[in-house]
Ligand binder design. Structure first.
Ligand code: ZN
Length: 198
């Protein structure tokens, strides 16, 4: 018999035989307190993949502009600055934070937590990281960044010939693998990892 407390209403729930592949909900408030995630190995592979896509996304140009026979390439960071100097400082900061900074921090946290558990530490050791992760997931909005790039493209379309470059595809794949990572990753699995072994 295993006991756990519902995080929503605090009731103590007793589970006869825990199966990690099953979903569990609180009998009183009906909030789901365990949802099976993918294996931690898979989560780690996906998080690392996401990091790998980020490298070309940040260094390679995302767009090329042709204005009067002159070609200019724009990288992800230059696109942020474009908004910044264009008077959209708030948009630039929100887009960069939600689309780049927070996803990177979340991926870093996933790697740190999974590796700590794999090295035999308990979830209690990384409790602070788990809490930080759960807070930050609400602020990751990569689509905000993509939308602002498209807005910039529409604005520039009349003045220049736009060519989408490899960096934009890399950024797109970075965001996709990032979203897969956070969907697959279940912080609850960190707590269960050791209880399953014992
Ligand atoms: Zn409850």
């Amino acid at each position: 018999m295993k006991e756990t407390a519902c995080q929503e209403c605090g009731i103590i729930i007793e589970i006869g035989s825990f199966s990690p592949s099953q979903q569990y909900a609180c009998p009183r408030c009906k909030s789901v307190f365990y949802r099976p995630g993918e294996s931690l190995d898979l989560v780690l592979v996906m998080a690392v993949t996401s990091f790998l896509f980020f490298i070309p996304a940040i260094f390679l140009p995302i767009l090329s502009l042709e204005i009067l026979d002159k070609t200019q390439s724009v990288t992800l960071m230059e696109a942020v600055l474009f908004f910044f100097y264009d008077g959209y400082a708030i948009i630039a900061i929100i887009a960069a934070a939600s689309g780049v900074l927070i996803p990177l921090v979340l991926l870093g946290l996933i790697c740190m937590m999974v590796l700590a558990i794999k090295m035999g530490h308990t979830a209690t050791k990384v409790r602070g990281l788990i809490r930080l992760y759960e807070h930050l997931t609400h602020w990751a909005m990569g689509e905000v960044y993509l939308i602002s790039i498209f807005v910039a493209m529409v604005k520039l379309n009349g003045m220049a010939v736009l060519v989408i470059n490899f960096g934009l595809f890399s950024f797109f794949f970075f965001l996709i693998s990032f979203y897969i990572s956070i969907t697959w990753f279940n912080t609850q699995d960190l707590w269960n990892q050791h209880e399953l072994e014992n």
